[in-house]
Design a protein around this ligand. Structure first.
Ligand code: CMP
Length: 446
C-alpha cells in the first residue's frame, strides 16, 4: 500500500524534481510565444527537456527549460557544427519578455517580439477589459475561471518581473543565485544634471538597453557610475576576475585576446558581460586607445536586470544566426552581439517592409515567411528565411532600390543603421560582392 504523502514529502519531491522550474519555463514560453496549440507546445517543450535528460548530458542536472520556437534555420541543422557545452558563450536560459524600441525608425510601429500588430491590438483590447467574466467563454467551470485568472495574473507578473524567479542553475552559468531578493538595494549613484543628460544619450546609443522596460531602465540608470580613463589605460585585463559591466560613452578601445587585437569598441558599445554571467575570468583585455569616458554597472544590477534578457536574446537567435549565410564568416562572439541588437517585427500579408525611393534606416533578415522584391513595379526576386535585404541603402547611402513586400505573414529581425555598420563591418565585403551580383542580374533584366 502506498503511503499518503505528507506536506513535507510533497514539498521535497517537488523540489527534487524541479517541478516549479518546469512550470515557470512552460508559462514563460507560452506567454512569449502565445502558441495557438498550447498543449502541443507544452508537449514539445517537455520533450526537449526529456531529450536533454535522456541523452545524459545533464544527468542529475536540473531541467533545462529550452526555448521552443527557434526561428526556422535556412539549412538543415545537422550541417552546422554544434558548439561545445563548456564554452563561455553558451547561452542557456529561459525566455523573457521585452518590448522592442527603436528611436531610429519611428515610422515603424514596434510590436512585442513575435506578435503581430493585430495581435498587439487584440491584447490591448483584452487588457483594457479585465473583467473576469471574459475568461469564461470556453465552458470552464467557476474554479477554472478563477484559476485561469490567477494563472494569467501570475504569468503577467512573472513576465513583468522576468528574472525575479529562481532559475535553475545550468552548465556554464555562474553558481550565484539569480533569485532577486525583494529587499535587494540597487545602488543609486548621484548624478548632476549634465551627467544625466550624457548618460541618457549613452544609454540611447547602446543596444543592450533598447529592450528594457522603463522601470528597469531607471534602475540601470541610477546604478551607473562614470569612469574616465586615459589613452593607454587597461580597463579590463584578460584573466582577471570581473565585477563590472561597461558602456562606452565616448572614445575608442581595443579588444585584445592573447596579445592579439581582435576588435575595437566605440561610443555606444558595451563589454564585460561574460565574467558576470558565467563567473569566468575576463576573456579579453580592453585597452583605451584614446581618452575614454565609460559608464559601469555593478554585478548585482547587471545580473538582475540585464543578464536574463541578454542571454535570452542570444539563445533565441543563436541557431538562427548561425545558419544565416551572410553571417557565416564572423565568429561566435560577434554573432551573439548581433543578437543583442536585433529588433523583431511581424508583417501581415501584403505589407511593404521597405519601399523603393524611401530613405533606408534598417537592415533586415527574414526569420520566417517569404517576401517578394519589386523594382519599378516588376517582381525581381523572392527571399525567404535566412535571406536578408535593406543593405544597399545603408552601405551606399542611397534611397531604397526596391520595394519588399510580405507574401503571407512574415517575421523579420532588423538592425538599425548604426548596429549594421558596427556589427556587420566584417561582412561588408561579402555584402558588396552580393550587391554587385544583384546589380549585374538587374542590368541583364532591364
Ligand atoms: N571575441 C571575444 N571573445 C570574448 N570576449 C570578447 C570578445 N570580443 C569582445 N569581448 C568582450 O571582452 C570582455 C572581457 O571581459 P568579459 O570576459 O567579462 O567579457 C568580454 C566581452 O564583453
Amino acid at each position: 500500500m502506498s503511503r499518503v504523502p505528507t506536506e513535507q514529502s510533497i514539498k521535497e519531491y517537488l523540489q527534487e524534481k524541479h517541478v516549479s522550474s518546469l512550470f515557470v519555463a512552460l508559462l514563460e514560453g507560452i506567454c512569449i510565444e502565445t502558441p495557438d496549440d498550447v498543449p502541443s507546445f507544452m508537449v514539445n517543450l517537455l520533450e526537449k527537456n526529456f531529450q536533454i535528460n535522456r541523452s545524459g548530458q545533464q544527468a542529475k542536472s536540473k531541467p533545462k527549460p529550452t526555448p521552443i520556437k527557434t526561428p526556422a534555420p535556412k539549412k538543415a541543422q545537422a550541417a552546422v557544427p554544434k558548439k561545445e557545452d563548456s564554452g563561455p558563450f553558451i547561452p542557456t536560459f529561459t525566455f523573457g519578455s521585452r518590448r522592442d524600441e527603436d528611436e531610429d525608425t519611428p515610422q515603424v510601429e514596434e510590436p512585442e517580439i513575435y506578435s503581430t500588430n493585430e495581435d498587439n491590438q487584440d491584447n490591448q483590447d483584452e487588457d483594457e477589459d479585465e473583467s473576469p467574466t471574459k475568461l469564461g467563454g470556453s465552458g470552464f467551470g467557476q474554479d477554472d475561471k478563477a484559476n485561469d485568472q490567477l494563472l494569467s495574473d501570475t504569468a503577467v507578473d512573472l513576465i513583468r518581473r522576468r528574472y525575479s524567479v529562481s532559475v535553475p542553475r545550468r552548465i556554464g552559468i555562474s553558481n550565484e543565485s539569480l533569485k532577486v531578493d525583494e529587499h535587494v538595494k540597487f545602488p543609486v549613484i548621484p548624478k548632476t544634471e549634465s551627467e544625466r543628460v550624457q548618460l541618457t544619450a549613452a544609454i540611447d546609443k547602446c543596444s543592450v538597453f533598447k529592450h528594457l522596460e522603463n522601470e528597469d531602465k531607471k534602475v540601470v540608470f541610477d546604478a551607473m557610475a562614470e569612469k574616465n580613463v586615459e589613452k593607454g589605460d587597461v580597463i579590463i585585463q584578460q584573466g582577471d576576475e570581473g565585477d563590472l559591466f561597461y558602456v562606452v560613452d565616448s572614445g575608442d578601445c581595443d579588444i585584445i585576446i592573447n596579445d592579439k587585437k581582435v576588435g575595437v569598441y566605440h561610443d555606444g558599445d558595451s563589454f564585460g558581460e561574460l565574467a558576470l554571467i558565467y563567473g569566468t575570468p575576463r576573456a579579453a583585455t580592453i585597452k583605451a586607445t584614446t581618452d575614454v569616458k565609460l559608464w559601469h554597472i555593478d554585478r548585482t544590477t547587471f545580473r538582475t536586470i540585464l543578464m536574463g534578457q541578454t542571454m535570452n536574446r542570444r539563445k533565441l537567435y543563436e541557431d538562427f544566426l548561425r545558419n544565416v549565410e551572410i553571417l557565416k564568416t564572423i565568429d561566435d562572439y560577434e554573432r551573439l552581439t548581433i543578437a543583442d541588437a536585433l529588433q523583431a517585427e511581424n508583417w501581415t500579408d501584403g505589407s511593404a517592409i521597405v519601399t523603393q525611393g524611401d530613405a533606408g534606416h534598417s537592415f533586415y533578415i527574414i526569420v520566417e515567411g517569404e517576401v517578394f522584391v519589386k523594382k519599378d513595379g516588376v517582381e525581381v526576386a523572392v527571399l525567404k528565411s535566412g535571406d536578408y535585404f535593406g543593405e544597399m541603402a545603408l552601405m551606399f547611402n542611397q534611397p531604397r532600390a526596391a520595394t519588399v513586400v510580405a507574401d503571407g505573414p512574415v517575421k523579420t529581425v532588423r538592425l538599425d543603421r548604426r548596429s549594421f555598420k558596427l556589427l556587420l563591418g566584417p561582412c561588408e565585403d561579402v555584402l558588396k560582392r552580393n550587391t554587385s551580383v544583384y546589380n549585374q542580374f538587374m542590368s541583364k533584366q532591364i
